[in-house]
Design a protein around this ligand. Structure first.
Ligand code: FAD
Length: 278
């Protein structure tokens, strides 16, 4: 387990209270000594300043924190300015993405259309200064023409210089294992770390999953639906299911786990403790 990688993702907060809660969450998760934290970015720059502030604040507390950076709706100059800021502020890792603009705004706006172009730009401007993470989709990106094209598009990001990848969350382990096998067949040896979404709220999970193309298996969906407003049972069942899934992933030799925390510590901590890896 020496090279096993643990990371936690936050979203940037807008209020003082939210930020305080985020720092509490950070402190609880820091006890697990993760390899890094990451902070999402609102495509088109909607959270630009909040993302910067939180990345700088978290970075100063000792655990490396990676900003997410999306290219859609941005000019090259804006992106370069942001990269220079991060380079000057001890950031050593970036999650490089295309991003999704809010509905109504054309996805084609901006000077870079796809994440592979962003990876190319970062490499051109900063060489190996940053460890570059990109996104991977074991169940296929929802806008991809087909599975094979999506795989080739993932490979473009790796060929452009991505160092590792974090997957969209999924509940079907086979989809992840198949994706990794197909990547290996294509000569992609870059670590592909599964993204883990703790189950805490069925309504939100169902909405997110529809939008990002993550399938909730019937047996999980039906069970969660049956709990209705009984949040305690949802949390208990969610923890059980996600612990089993992570155990299975670890047994299958995954290079690490990346948790989508939604700024909550306890669901991630509980799963991690159940795994009893150390
Ligand atoms: P890309 O890799 O560019 O792929 C997008 C689509 O275009 C795919 O269908 C792909 O098959 C196709 N494609 C890719 N390259 C080409 C090409 N050269 N030619 C033709 N077609 C191509 N979103 C945010 O807004 N902010 C965040 O902070 C954020 N963080 C995320 C973190 C993780 C770990 C993940 C998995 C997703 C995150 N997202 C975030 C969501 C992500 O931005 C969306 O899923 C977005 O729709 C795709 O981004 P991408 O970087 O995967 O895009």
């Amino acid at each position: 387990m020496d090279n096993f990688r643990l990371s936690f993702e936050f979203f940037p907060t807008k209020t003082e209270e939210g930020t305080k809660k985020l720092y509490n969450t950070r402190d609880k998760l820091a006890e697990l000594n993760p390899d890094f934290f990451s902070v999402t970015y609102g495509a088109g720059g909607s959270t630009r300043n909040n993302t910067i502030d939180i990345v700088n604040g978290l970075n100063q507390k000792g655990i490396s924190t990676a900003p997410h950076l999306s290219c859609v709706g941005e000019s090259r100059d804006n992106i370069k300015e942001l990269l220079n800021h991060y380079a000057q502020n001890d950031v050593d890792r970036i999650v490089a993405l295309r991003g999704d603009l809010p509905s109504g705004m054309a996805t084609s706006s901006g000077e870079l259309k796809y994440a592979n172009e962003l990876v190319e730009l970062i490499k051109k401007e900063h060489g190996d200064r940053f460890h570059l993470e990109v996104a991977a989709y074991p169940e296929m990106h929802p806008q991809a023409n087909n599975y094979e094209d999506d795989l080739l598009n993932f490979k473009r990001k790796v060929d452009a210089g991505a160092d590792s990848a974090i997957t969209q969350y999924f509940f079907n382990i086979d989809s992840y294992l198949y994706f990794v096998d197909r990547c290996l067949d294509m000569g992609i040896e870059t670590p592909i770390v599964p993204g883990i979404m703790p189950i805490t709220n069925y309504t939100k999970l169902a909405r997110f999953s529809d939008a990002c193309g993550a399938e909730i298996p019937r047996w999980i969906r039906k069970q969660l639906e049956a709990y209705g407003d009984d949040n305690e049972s949802i949390m208990k069942f969610g923890e059980e299911v996600m612990t089993l899934m992570c155990e299975d992933l670890v047994e299958n030799g995954v290079p690490g786990l990346h948790f989508y925390t939604l700024n909550q510590a306890d669901p991630c901590l509980n799963i991690w403790k159940n795994l009893n890896l150390w």
